[in-house]
Design a protein. Structure first.
Length: 171
């Protein structure tokens, strides 16, 4: 089966770069899907992405948007800048390596600050201590121990901007 081309995609669907929505240009599905209606539905990875069906094959809408706008399939992953996987506006999409895409995620630490962890059973002068760390390209970097959550968070944010550039997700 051949790969979907930009010409075929544009023959069947219109992509609105401002809204991120695809609409049908032709009636499809034996008349079930009318021209002018929005194409795509939640699917894949628990329904967090929008999927399109074209010529009997499933495509991620964000990857199809890349094809529609550039004329070629992305070489890497497509990152949603604002972390909303259903927001396929052109300004919200960018090509990213696996590592770059992993940089642009919400923090998962219990502290509420990305990359910052409370050091259990360790106190200095009776105060709580916080540790900050960051990773890039599979290597972890310790940013040090801090007396306050805010100091540790600031250290993480500075390192993220330095290491991850435009893909950094800071507080």
């Amino acid at each position: 089966m051949t790969q979907l081309t930009q010409a075929r995609l544009k023959q069947l669907l219109h992509y609105d770069a401002g809204t991120g929505l695809f609409t049908r240009l032709l009636d499809t599905g034996g008349g079930r899907h009318k021209a002018g209606t929005v194409a795509g539905c939640p699917g894949g990875r628990g329904g967090i992405y929008i999927e399109l069906w074209v010529d009997g094959r499933r495509y991620s809408a964000h990857r199809a948007a890349w094809l529609w706008m550039t004329g070629s399939w992305p070489q890497h992953q497509i990152d949603h800048r604002n972390l909303n996987a259903k927001d396929n506006r052109w300004e919200n999409l960018r090509e990213a390596t696996i590592s770059q895409n992993a940089m642009n995620i919400r923090g998962r630490a219990k502290s509420g600050a990305k990359g910052v962890y409370f050091i259990e059973n360790e106190k200095k002068c009776g105060r709580k201590r916080w540790r900050a760390s960051i990773a890039k390209d599979g290597k972890s970097y310790s940013l040090g121990n801090f007396l306050t959550l805010e100091e540790a968070g600031a250290a993480y944010d500075a390192a993220a901007l330095r290491l991850h550039g435009e893909f950094a997700r800071v507080s």
